[in-house]
Design a protein around this ligand. Structure first.
Ligand SMILES: NC(=O)c1ccc[n+]([C@@H]2O[C@H](COP(=O)([O-])OP(=O)(O)OC[C@H]3O[C@@H](n4cnc5c(N)ncnc54)[C@H](OP(=O)(O)O)[C@@H]3O)[C@@H](O)[C@H]2O)c1
Length: 229
């Protein structure tokens, strides 16, 4: 497989950490790991000489911060928008801040990150947005997840709109709606639930899709789920 430059947003734990480790196991790839916790990422990935970590916060100055990081990298082949913010609260208790932070991280920050990445991907690239079965139209819905799941639905919609606007370009974008994978976020959403899929197995699927799926698929919203939730 040819050498790729791959950016993973939300790389400090869970599926994002596993994604970085999967890609980095192939010494050919250059992997850029982004999250708010630089120390944790440097600790996670100290064994890999092909991983560079940068602090990155989807809540603040995303357009300018992402532009600076991406211009420093040069050309990008794959961008995986994996970071996510969960709000799990009864609807009447959801604050304005819960809503704005959830939408900033899960939707607006992703769109701003993509704006910054596009100039570095004009030679061709695949952007993979990580949504949720909760945001997949017609799926089973769960109490407490109205902020989170509506934001993930917006991310699905963005995928279709971006692909339409960039259909004459060499940039492809797809959206994977994940079912349960065993991570800290899953434990916060569904305490005590045992997922049938580990973070590592989910990451393996996402990574292989990111590397090859854009040859056949663009602008699609794809469920990736063995279970409910
Ligand atoms: N696990 C599941 O069952 C499941 C199911 C459906 C969808 N998903 C989606 O899959 C993705 C990964 O989930 P996960 O379970 O691995 O979640 P996780 O364990 O909570 O990890 C989330 C990652 O996002 C990063 N992040 C959160 N807020 C951020 C911010 N403001 N700026 C930058 N990075 C931020 C976190 O890093 P820092 O805190 O260091 O910034 C962390 O690395 C998410 O988008 C999630 O919604 C997961």
């Amino acid at each position: 497989m040819s050498k790729k430059t791959i950016v993973v947003v939300g790389a400090s734990r869970g599926i994002g950490k596993a994604l970085v480790e999967f890609f980095a196991a192939s010494a050919d790839h250059q992997v850029i790991a982004l999250s708010r916790d630089l120390e944790k990422m440097e600790d996670n990935f100290q064994g890999y000489s092909n991983v560079v970590s940068f602090p990155f916060d989807l809540l603040h100055n995303v357009q300018s911060e992402a532009k600076t990081i991406f211009e420093g990298i040069g050309s990008i082949d794959i961008l995986i928008n994996n970071a996510g913010k969960l709000v799990n609260k009864p609807f009447p208790e959801i604050t304005h801040r819960d809503l704005t932070d959830c939408y900033q991280v899960n939707v607006i920050g992703v769109m701003e990150t993509v704006q910054a990445a596009v100039p570095q991907m004009l030679g061709g690239g695949h952007i993979v947005n990580i949504s949720s079965m909760g945001g997949f139209q017609g799926s089973m819905k769960f109490a407490g997840l109205s902020a989170y799941s509506t934001s993930k639905a917006a991310l699905c919609s963005f995928t279709e709109l971006f692909a339409e606007e960039y259909k004459e370009s060499k940039i492809k974008m797809n959206c994977l709606c994940l079912g349960a994978a065993q991570t800290e976020m899953l434990e916060e959403a569904f305490p005590g639930y045992q997922a049938p899929v580990s973070a590592e197995k989910m990451a393996e699927f996402i990574a292989n899709f990111a590397l090859t799926g854009d040859q056949w698929i663009n602008g699609k919203i794809i469920p990736v789920s063995l279970s409910t939730p």
